[in-house]
Design a protein. Structure first.
Length: 481
């Protein structure tokens, strides 16, 4: 049985890190770690560092991790417990959650909790697309195509969950994790084993000496203040410091003095096994550096991650797979033809032996051709499904433009007869009439019927509950959604 080795490539402002991990004898073993320090902020410096790091190594489908400072994390509350409805609501509201247009961002979301009143708290992650493409282009120049791209803060959470499980850490309702790297520190707030907020501080292990440690503690205080001011979660009950440096105990002592909560001190490699081939030099290689984020992904692949690779890149990768499949099919056909010619030229000498060899090779080739055809069918089905989703985007865009400010949606559904059902609440009945009138005038809908508009009272406040059915106009070339 082959040993499973997984790989991560982490980018920071000062280093590029390559990490490999495998599961062996009931333990996670670090089989390889190397880092290269960047000579500057220019793209050429990143390309040079990657070239040096990946020289002579063949890496297939690694995970790439980018600094948390590139992301905007925003909590919102949505009136639903249904995952599909929440996803649709997030898509409708994403234009209002950041300074960039929708086409210039990549976003994802995670559900943090659900209350008894039918509301869900959701964490939305937004990253400017150009920042993601910057790292993907650098990897592409080294012929590396990552399957995943994540924020470092996601890795920190999963590293902490691993430590809780293996090291039996004291459970805490809300924990603040400070992961100290060479020139930055990622501060994460986790409640009930979910990431509620994170912030990147531009102070790292190289700064934690003398009076600069006071500046570091000041930034921790500002981060904690922002977390509490925005009501992003409950008060912290424990602090975890992750640092590979001698002054980590001093830092933990000051944090405990400042905030009067218990502090745990760990290193990135705690409770992990080093492969004997890495040697004792691994301790020196990681001095002042953090492996927490890369290890967190490799240790927690069963957990939910937000993959930030843009959809157009995913489609491009699918096209490459299809081309490789077709090339493989052509190569098999060419091999078959060459084998046939060889048989014809040599059948005078070893007719029986060569015919037997051809039969065996043809059987193997047919099996591979069938596998190739199945892959092509899957890709075609995937492409067709992606095209059919366009109608939903058009509907959401039209509803966004037509909906008055006093209306909120509770449910949207589209059946096979192209009838769209809209259920929601309005601050007053006039908003319902205004919304119905706009739907009637819309070029997207044929028939608009108000099923009901009922006055209700909640928490001493009146509102109108309504349901509207709309028949979608058919477009040339449209199939049923």
């Amino acid at each position: 049985m082959m040993k499973e080795i997984t790989t991560s490539i982490e980018f920071t402002d000062s280093h590029v890190k390559l990490l490999e991990l495998r599961w062996a004898r009931g333990h996670h073993a670090v089989t390889f770690f190397e880092s290269v320090r960047l000579s500057g902020p220019e793209p050429e410096a990143l390309n040079q560092a990657l070239g040096q790091l990946l020289s002579g190594r063949s890496i297939a489908g690694p995970a790439a991790l980018i600094p948390g400072r590139y992301a905007i994390l925003k909590q919102i509350t949505l009136p639903s417990h249904n995952d599909d409805e929440i996803e649709n609501m997030v898509s409708l509201q994403i234009n209002h959650l950041g300074p960039f247009p929708r086409e210039e961002i990549v976003f994802g979301h995670m559900i943090l909790d659900k209350d008894l009143q039918g509301y869900s708290r959701v964490l939305i992650v937004v990253v400017q697309k150009e920042n993601i493409l910057f790292f993907l282009r650098a990897l592409q120049k080294q012929s590396v195509t990552p399957r995943y791209l994540f924020l470092g803060s996601q890795g920190i959470l999963n590293w902490y969950l691993f430590q809780k499980r293996v090291a039996k850490l004291t459970d805490a309702a809300c924990v603040m994790i400070a992961d100290v790297d060479y020139d930055n520190t990622e501060v994460c707030f986790c409640h009930h084993d979910k990431l509620f907020f994170s912030r990147n501080i531009r102070f790292g292990s190289r700064d934690l000496t003398g009076e600069r440690m006071e500046f570091f503690l000041e930034q921790i205080g500002l981060t904690l203040g922002a977390y509490m001011k925005e009501n992003m979660g409950p008060d912290i009950t424990r602090i975890v410091v992750v640092a590979n440096m001698e002054s980590r105990l001093q830092l933990a002592q000051k944090l405990e003095e400042y905030y009067r909560v218990p502090v745990d001190v760990l290193t990135s490699l705690d409770h992990l096994v080093w492969d004997r081939n890495t040697g004792l030099s691994l301790a020196k290689k990681t001095e002042g550096l953090s492996l927490t984020r890369g290890l967190g992904f490799l240790l927690g692949q069963g957990h939910a991650f937000i993959n930030l690779i843009p959809q157009e890149v995913v489609h491009t990768q699918a096209s490459r797979i299809r081309r490789r499949t077709l090339l493989r099919f052509g190569a098999m056909a060419l091999i078959t033809a060459l084998m046939g010619l060889g048989v014809l030229g040599a059948k005078i000498y070893k007719n029986k032996q060569h015919l037997q060899m051809v039969a065996e090779k043809l059987s193997e080739t047919e099996s591979r051709v069938e596998d190739a055809k199945k892959e092509i069918d899957v890709l075609r089905t995937f492409a067709k499904g992606q095209q059919q989703r366009i109608i939903y985007v058009d509907i959401f865009r039209e509803l966004y433009q037509l909906t008055p400010g006093g209306i909120t949606f509770q449910a949207l559904s589209l059946n096979n007869q192209r009838v769209l059902s809209i259920q929601g609440n309005a601050a007053n009945g006039a908003d319902v009439n205004l919304f119905q009138g706009r739907l009637v005038e819309s070029p997207v809908f044929l028939e608009v019927n108000l099923q009901y508009a009922t006055q209700r009272v909640r928490f001493r406040q009146e509102y109108t509950e309504f349901k509207i059915l709309c028949q979608l106009k058919a477009r040339e070339g449209d199939d049923a959604p």
